[in-house]
Design a protein around this ligand. Structure first.
Ligand code: ZN
Length: 489
């Protein structure tokens, strides 16, 4: 046995335990009895403690150093495994154990307080615990070293920096603002009717299958906030059903199918190793958004979907496929990020990005956050925020300490724009296939270019290898302007 073999046997066990911990989370959001919450918190806490101990174990550090010594230059797969283990190990040991414990404790408390404060529209009730979360996250960033915001961002998007993001967002902003003004001035049709639960779920299952989701290694269930969970041979997705809005279930399902196909599409040789998971949150989101928007909300696919939905539901409230397409892509004023259309979505992210950078830098106090949010929202979206639940309290992220996470949503859209342009150039018949409800060729292209590689490449390198060009916001902006320019007349 070489040190590398020893190390990998250990990592495989850690990855397996990580999957078990993830499945506890899936269970909690789907089928766990309500009375099980306190016990589950203890069970999950125990799993997290085991995982943390394994990540920080000095024995892991010794084996890793030995394995790095053994490495031969031609062994690129082992080099990639070791790169990911090194990254994870170094991040884990830089943060003192008592800080990790304090963060776990306070964020679990903060999440509950956030939910209560949101229900009561009372930011002041949430502010004290958020101040505590922020203090600990700033300590964590300092322990990780380098620019504090970059240190946190790097945990979600390796290699990305705030400077690079700010340049991207600066390029996107004026074109998105102009496009959103044009789009908001147009009239958008809406579907209406009553859409029975079972018929919606049947359609969701069929569409997930058409998009390449493998139900022999996955399942679709209901959750309050849709998510996907797991990797390798057990990748589960969830959706939700609204009787009045069939697109909620359908597009949540397609979105989560994108995440799940990424995990199911990774080279099986990487299963239960550090390489065996999506490489970053941004690349993950590129898959879900591409499936959902560039494919699922395309003109061609909407033509098929209209006919298919007419078979499933008595009444859609729109007369033909040409009215159905703008109804699917409706641009409208709204407060909630997760309900935003393709044009305004990234503006919601930029608002959060600027505010959280100011919080981490110490330029904005938690006590001033709600006012800062409301001012910025009114300036960016042209309407005043009426209550905290549709403003600063709408997202769970900050309560659980996810600072540096929001920008990966917009980055996912940028990557999706790059991938879509390259894919369309490679697959000239794609629209003809989407028009008959067959996105399989797109799924194969993405599996080959992106999904099968797992964590092998760094995110920016992966997109560049897949598309033949460096990451740029240009393809996304061109796509949005072409699509919504035409839709808004
Ligand atoms: Zn997503």
């Amino acid at each position: 046995m070489t040190a590398y073999d020893d190390l990998m046997a250990r990592e495989r066990e850690t990855e397996a335990l990580g999957q078990v911990a993830g499945r506890l989370g899936w269970d909690q959001e789907t089928v766990m009895p309500r009375g099980g919450a306190d016990q589950r918190a203890e069970e999950s806490g125990a799993m997290q403690a085991v995982l943390h101990e394994r990540r920080c174990d000095p024995a892991r550090g010794h084996l890793l150093a030995e394995a790095e010594e053994e490495l031969t230059p031609e062994d690129s797969e082992s080099a990639a495994q070791l790169r990911l283990i090194r990254r994870d190990h170094d991040r884990a040991i830089r943060v003192p154990a008592d800080l990790t414990v304090a963060l776990a404790r306070v964020t679990s408390r903060a999440q509950g307080q956030w939910a209560e404060a949101r229900a009561a529209d009372d930011f002041a009730a949430f502010a004290p615990v958020l101040r505590e979360v922020l203090r600990l996250k700033r300590e964590e960033a300092a322990a990780l070293g380098g620019d504090p915001y970059d240190a946190l961002l790097d945990g979600f998007e390796p290699g990305m920096t705030a400077d690079r993001l700010s340049a991207l967002f600066g390029e996107m902003r004026p074109r998105l603002v102009a496009l959103s003004e044009t789009a908001l001035a147009a009239d958008w049709p809406q579907v209406s009717g009553s859409f029975p639960h079972e018929a919606q779920m049947r359609l969701a299952r069929e569409v997930a299958r058409r998009f390449g989701y493998d139900f022999t290694r996955g399942r679709l269930d209901l959750a309050v906030h849709p998510f996907s969970s797991g990797s390798g041979d057990d990748v589960r997705i969830t959706t939700r059903v609204s009787r009045a809005d069939p697109f909620n279930c359908l597009y949540s399902t397609i979105h989560e199918t994108g995440h799940a196909c990424y995990e199911q599409g990774i080279d099986p040789d990487y299963r239960l190793t550090p390489l065996g998971q999506g490489v970053s949150m941004g690349v993950h989101e590129s898959q879900s958004r591409l499936y959902e928007n560039q494919l699922g909300r395309s003109h061609a696919f909407c033509g098929w979907l209209f006919e298919r939905m007419r078979e499933s539901f008595d009444e859609l409230g729109v007369p033909d496929a040409e009215t159905f397409y703008p109804a699917v892509n409706r641009v409208h004023r709204g407060y909630i990020r997760t309900e935003a259309d393709e044009v305004q979505y990234n503006l919601h992210i930029m608002l959060r990005y600027d505010l959280e950078r100011a919080l981490i830098a110490g330029d904005l106090e938690v006590g001033d956050l709600e006012a800062a949010w409301n001012d910025r929202f009114a300036a960016d979206f042209g309407q005043p925020v009426r209550r905290a639940s549709e403003g600063v309290l709408q997202d769970v992220h900050w309560s659980v300490g996810l600072f540096g996470y929001f920008p990966t949503y917009a980055l996912g859209n940028v990557y999706a724009g790059c991938l879509n342009a390259a894919m369309r150039a490679d697959l000239p018949d794609l629209d003809a296939q989407l028009a008959v409800g067959e996105p399989a060729e797109a799924g194969e292209w993405l599996r080959e270019k992106v999904q099968r590689h797992g964590g092998f490449y760094e995110p920016a390198q992966l997109i560049e290898e897949a598309t033949g060009a460096p990451v740029s916001a240009e393809p996304l902006l061109d796509y949005l302007e072409e699509k919504f320019g035409a839709l808004a007349g």
